[in-house]
Ligand binder design. Structure first.
Ligand SMILES: Cc1cc2nc3c(=O)[nH]c(=O)nc-3n(C[C@H](O)[C@H](O)[C@H](O)COP(=O)(O)OP(=O)(O)OC[C@H]3O[C@@H](n4cnc5c(N)ncnc54)[C@H](O)[C@@H]3O)c2cc1C
Length: 469
């Protein structure tokens, strides 16, 4: 797609607050940069507005001139759902204010903010919110798809703590969505939100968090994988505690010859409580222990060194019903080790399994929001990272193969239990993933009605589109 020159100049002259960046401009490479190089597309024009009026103008302009439209917040989509080949990108990063209201413990956050800014602004009031565990991810994408974090055990999903959103609809109308205003839109935003408009601000409920938390990474040699998984299964299923969580990360720390079994643990309590909670794990003779008492606002920075910008990435969700089979995890670690050893370019890859207490999340009925994957299932991610673009197909196919095997296992387990499963977590799925047949599950029909009402021309269709055909 090429944007005709008259159309582009019409856009330029009608915008009042935006930085406007075209391929000829200095800063273009930076403007189309994304967390993963696989998410980069050569946009025809990128605008960075600082007010709503420009967003409305650009949104209408893209429809009038039939220009492809993408909306970008944190830029973490690896498949490019916040990018456009030749079209318009509305980059929300200048809408990054965080306003905290201590009396109601709420925070109103611009649609282009990243979680670091939210965590830090709330911390200065001894508050915290349910946000992402890697603090450079965007509030926008993470919230609109649901949002799990370390505080989900205590407070549920990010969307369960969303009080209202200010939304620019496809028509250009600006509306508030909450339990009392446009409640049907509010329902749809919470789990399928990227399909209904551009959210310029979110208001969240936050919670008191005046004490530090017990958190950090503890690393084990690969031979400990089955014991580690068994202990985490036991903590989750036999001793559930909403203040606790863990993520296992199969990854090769700098200097290590092979991927290790790293566990990122979290306990929202005292050091003594944390040590007691994870005593069995800690007694497994770790090769490194970096756990300490830290402010909550630093917890979501712990994974940053393993999740840096750059290179090509595949981000494939895996999905399991605990207990996670220790022997299956061992097989996967073995295959992963073989894969990363086969190509030095894959050295910074990882496979993650989350162990979050889901009770609070599952207290919200599945039909109460558009988020379809509330259930007992836990999430994981295969994140391969490489630099050679000619290997894209090969590495993606490998990750897809592992992803499919998890899905097959889960389907077989559910069939044996006579249970119908829920779809995979939408934010860990890429459009087109073969394991995703109906990402909206039982909420799909209602979402189609909402689409007819709020975006009948399907203007917002990049991330798991809701087609009316
Ligand atoms: C390193 C990493 C760590 C992660 N950790 C977590 C985690 O702990 N918990 C979790 O739940 N998920 C996590 N995720 C998944 C994450 O929620 C999704 O990748 C999310 O889509 C990222 O949002 P973004 O704003 O950064 O990305 P973007 O690429 O900017 O946006 C993703 C999609 O959302 C749309 N969008 C974004 N903002 C808006 C807005 N304001 N209005 C309308 N549409 C919008 C975009 O158009 C695009 O389609 C993680 C992802 C990565 C890569």
């Amino acid at each position: 797609m090429t944007i005709p020159a008259p159309a582009l100049s019409a856009l330029r002259s009608s915008l009042t607050s935006s930085l406007i960046i075209t391929p000829q401009d200095e800063g273009y490479t930076d403007a189309i940069r994304r967390w993963s190089d696989t998410g980069i597309k050569q946009a025809g024009v990128v605008i960075k507005p600082s007010n709503e009026t420009d967003i409305v103008t650009a949104l209408k302009w893209s429809q009038e001139h039939n220009i492809d439209l993408a909306v970008k917040a944190g830029g973490h989509s690896v498949s490019g759902t916040s990018s456009s080949s030749g079209g318009l990108v509305i980059d929300l990063t200048r809408l990054n204010s965080v306003t905290v209201e201590p009396s109601t413990k709420t925070a109103t956050v611009g649609g282009g903010t990243v979680w670091k800014d939210v965590d830090e602004a709330l911390a200065s009031h001894n508050l915290a919110a349910v946000g992402g565990t890697v603090n450079h991810t965007g509030v926008g994408g993470l919230t609109l798809g649901g949002g799990y974090g370390w505080l989900s055990g205590m407070y549920g999903l990010t969307i369960d703590n969303l009080l209202s959103a200010r939304v620019i609809l496809a028509s250009g109308e600006i509306v508030t969505a909450s339990k009392t205003d446009n409640a049907d839109l509010f329902w749809a935003l919470r789990g399928a939100g990227y399909n209904f408009g551009i959210v310029v601000s979110f208001t969240f409920q936050a919670y008191e968090q005046s004490t530090p938390v017990y958190a950090g990474i503890v690393a084990f040699t690969p031979d400990k994988v089955e014991e580690v998984i068994s202990i985490l299964n036991g903590l989750l299923l036999d001793k559930p505690d909403p203040r606790s969580g863990a993520i296992t990360i199969f990854a090769r720390p700098p200097g290590a010859p092979v991927p290790m079994v790293n566990v990122l643990i979290f306990y929202n309590g005292t050091e003594e409580e944390g040590r007691t909670r994870f005593a069995d794990l800690l007694s497994l003779d770790p090769v490194a222990n970096m756990i300490s008492m830290i402010p909550y606002s630093q917890v979501n920075a712990l994974q940053n060194p393993m999740a840096t910008y750059g290179d090509r990435k595949s981000f494939k969700g895996i999905f399991f019903n605990p207990p996670l089979s220790p022997s299956f995890a061992k097989t996967v670690l073995g295959e992963f080790t073989e894969k990363v050893q086969s190509d030095p370019d894959l050295g910074a890859s990882a496979i993650l399994f989350e162990f979050y207490d889901m009770e609070k999340t599952n207290k919200v009925p599945r039909s109460a929001t558009a988020f379809a994957s509330r259930g007992t299932t836990q999430n994981g991610i295969i994140t391969l990272r490489w630099s050679d673009a000619s290997k894209d197909r090969e590495h993606r196919a490998w990750a897809r193969g592992v992803q499919e095997r998890y899905k097959e296992r889960l389907d077989a387990e559910e069939k044996a239990a006579g249970a119908g499963g829920v779809p995979q977590y939408i934010n860990y799925a890429e459009p087109g993933d073969s394991v995703v047949d109906n990402i909206y599950g039982e909420n799909f029909d209602r979402l189609k009605d909402m689409k007819r009402k709020y975006d009948p021309k399907n203007v917002f269709r990049k991330m798991h589109p809701i087609s009316l055909e």
